[in-house]
Ligand binder design. Structure first.
Ligand code: ADP
Length: 393
């Protein structure tokens, strides 16, 4: 934006520079003038006092000291020199207004952030008369910005911690299932080892059978290792990943982990997975955490009911209208009243003596971070259905 003033204005301004400077000295802003070539020619009192110019310094009186335009860059924080030079030399080259943020050293050697704007003041024939600048003190703004960023980082960290604690707690509730999952291959391996010894001590020893038994032992050992690896992955604290996740496979793994829990609580499971589901984009372990939470919640909800059937229905289908898949976990527990459908998703809302009340709120933030939705629906004649959608890759 180019400012121009008529010759009249020009004359008037020239006629009373003292009055103009007096005005500039009282306005609550940091102002300055620079010659067309860029060297400072005047700084108002506020600016001069801030940087600690002596009371009789010519710049306080608008006397051109003929300094190089970048002589005053020494007043800026060294980290801001380069950017300030770049912006100011562009202004000088193009004759266009410009702005830059920098830290200015005060009389005591401390620094504050300023937003500096320079405008070219032109005569009516377009000649550049001088540069007029205003520096706005944005220190508080910068601090607020910094505090906000710091806060956001702490929030994110707290969320990660909570999600982790919740995951460890959920896994804790599954110790019986986990022990069973790990025990199975170990028991099988021991059985094959005993068989191998029998084949070895036979007359003559049957090496072929021994070899088969050893292969089976290796296979079972690997299976135990895989189970442990899966559990470790679920508990580990790692940054979110963006994988192409086969949601049905991920769900089958979670169901396998909860199998003993289901059996111990006499819960029957039915799965209904559509064919040819698209892969979804996201973090496999986080999505498994959501599934695990929903299944553990369903088991716990049903553990309280007396005689009725305890049925868990897990469905996954494609929803082309939402461009992704929908996962449903339905139980035959006490369900949720229509008025309180959103309460379970509130942080720290729990009706369990040992509950943390964070599970569903974390699940919702995970699903939303994946661009999906998670909600609950009461079922007839009883029970609750928790559903979530996730966009496909
Ligand atoms: P927590 O399991 O620690 O209580 P959640 O956030 O997972 O935390 O669940 C919050 C509350 O939501 C539970 O205490 C329970 O009252 C309710 N809730 C969750 N799942 C179900 C369900 N399947 N059926 C009925 N109520 C449920």
């Amino acid at each position: 934006m180019k400012r121009s003033i008529s010759n009249d204005d020009n004359r008037r301004q020239k006629a009373n520079p003292a009055q103009l400077q007096a005005t500039l000295n009282v306005i609550p802003a940091y102002t300055w003038y620079a010659a067309p070539s860029g060297g400072l020619t005047f700084v108002n009192k506020r600016t001069a006092d801030y940087v600690g110019l002596p009371e009789d310094h010519p710049l306080r009186f608008g006397i051109d000291i003929g300094a190089q335009w970048d002589a005053h860059i020494a007043l800026l924080h060294p980290d801001d020199h380069e950017e300030s030079r770049k912006v100011w030399s562009t202004c000088l080259r193009t004759g266009e207004a410009g702005e830059v943020s920098f830290r200015v050293r005060d009389a005591q050697g401390g620094y504050r952030w300023f937003l500096s704007r320079a405008e070219p003041l032109r005569a009516s024939d377009g000649t550049l008369l001088q540069w007029v600048g205003v520096n706005l003190d944005i220190e508080e703004l910068k601090r607020a910005e910094q505090a906000l960023r710091e806060n956001e980082r702490r929030y994110r960290e707290a969320q990660l911690e909570l999600a982790h604690a919740n995951r460890v707690a959920a896994m804790g509730q599954l110790t019986a299932s986990i022990a069973h999952e790990v025990n199975q291959p170990i028991t099988a391996a021991v059985t094959y080892a005993l068989a191998a010894r029998r084949f070895l001590s036979a007359e003559p020893p049957n090496f072929r059978e021994v070899d088969d038994a050893l292969s089976l032992i290796v296979k079972e050992g690997n299976r135990a290792g895989e189970v442990i690896e899966r559990i470790r992955a679920l508990i580990k604290k790692v940054p979110a990943r963006k994988d192409a996740v086969a949601i049905d496979d991920a769900m089958l793994e979670v169901i396998a982990l909860t199998r003993t829990e289901l059996v111990n609580n006499s819960v029957s499971v039915q799965t209904q997975f559509a064919e040819g589901l698209p892969r979804v984009q996201g973090d496999r372990v986080q999505l498994q955490q959501v599934m695990l939470n929903l299944i553990v919640n369903a088991i716990q909800a049903m553990s309280g009911i007396g005689e009725g059937a305890r049925e868990l229905q897990i469905s996954i289908d494609a929803v082309p209208s939402e461009g992704g898949v929908r996962v449903g976990v339905r139980d035959t527990g006490p369900g949720l009243s229509p008025e309180s459908l959103s309460r379970p998703f509130e942080p720290f809302y729990t009706t369990k003596p040992e509950g943390m009340g964070m599970g569903l709120s974390i699940c919702r933030s995970i699903i939303e971070a994946h661009g999906g939705r998670l909600w609950a629906i009461p079922c007839e004649p009883q029970g609750a259905l928790f559903q979530f959608t996730i966009p496909a890759t």
